[in-house]
Design a protein around this ligand. Sequence first.
Ligand code: COA
Length: 178
Amino acid sequence: MGVTEKLDDVPPGTDRLAFREWNDDDLDRFHAICSDPQVMKFVGDGQAWSRDRTGRFIHSAKEMFREHGYCQWALIHKVDGELIGYCGFVNSDDAPEIGWRLAPEYWGKGLATEAARAVLKHGIETLGFQRVIATVQAANVASIRIIEKLGMTQVERFDRDGREVLVYSADAGRLTSG
Ligand SMILES: CC(C)(COP(=O)(O)OP(=O)(O)OC[C@H]1O[C@@H](n2cnc3c(N)ncnc32)[C@H](O)[C@@H]1OP(=O)(O)O)[C@@H](O)C(=O)NCCC(=O)NCCS
């Protein structure tokens, strides 16, 4: 059905992280992340985002949350209360797609994996997703590692504007039973 009774739910927090809806006030901080070339290296065409593009992301996430009950939620680092990126889902023609983006100061601490596990659990157990996909550029080793740790399986490989893209899939039944 895709209709949930708890459309305003966000994933429960973890030891170190909390999820929340986006606010317009998030633009400055989130744009500092999206305008950093090292963050955007394996995202889309690899170009750092303009402030306008970052604003459109926040707007789309708010719309998606309202319409679908999920989005790429704002990710808060509990200890310092900082917005450190996002983790969540976007809808696609195929199945909800999981993704993440963190500020570089917070890389290498297992935070993206922690966030992704909480988001995937929320998608399956609360939102009732039967299947989740992930797309990643083949050169994005850290993201591929996270996807593998989630138990997802590669199902497709294609070229987009000269960049090799991999598609992974996870079946809810297999993940919850595994
Ligand atoms: C991808 C990203 C979210 C990873 O965040 P993170 O919090 O550092 O990830 P984690 O600490 O959970 O580690 C992920 C795994 O990748 C490994 N890893 C991290 N960087 C790596 C690198 N450069 N090369 C190889 N492995 C790497 C880690 O060792 C870890 O694996 P392990 O648990 O087996 O040791 C972060 O680098 C990021 O925001 N990148 C820019 C945005 C982006 O590319 N988003 C994804 C688009 S599909």
